[in-house]
Design a protein around this ligand. Structure first.
Ligand code: SF4
Ligand code: F3S
Length: 112
């Protein structure tokens, strides 16, 4: 089992999560992060770090949607281990739903 990032992260991208991961399994997209579920050791230390509660255990991911998305983009995007600056308008998107459909960008981030 692993933890996965859900669409609460889209356009919030606070990045506190990346600095606590002991196995560096976060990958950066332009406006979203994913976890490589094949490398995640299930330690859960990233979960309370996220201000918008975007990280969930894969066992709570009904139908495996987020697991598939995390797996797919972890292969395409660079690893991020150093926290960058969250988007200036992150707070405006904290409560919004269906952000993946509305805003998700497939473009990779810079990584670090
Ligand atoms: Fe990294 Fe642990 Fe979070 Fe998995 S659960 S992504 S290993 S911090
Ligand atoms: Fe995203 Fe939360 Fe990390 S908003 S970048 S999962 S701290």
């Amino acid at each position: 089992m692993a933890y996965v990032v859900t669409d609460a992260c889209v356009r919030c991208k606070h990045q506190e999560c990346v600095e606590v991961c002991p196995v560096d399994c976060f990958h950066e997209g332009e406006n979203f992060l994913v976890i490589n579920p094949d490398e995640c050791i299930d330690c859960a230390v990233c979960v309370p770090e996220c201000p918008v509660d975007a990280i969930i255990p894969a066992k709570k991911d009904k139908g495996g949607r987020w697991l598939d998305i995390n797996k797919r983009y972890a292969k395409l995007w660079p690893v991020i281990t150093v926290r960058g600056v969250a988007p200036a308008d992150a707070a405006e998107f904290a409560e919004e739903t269906d952000k993946f459909e509305k805003y998700f960008s497939e473009a990779p981030g810079k990584g670090s």
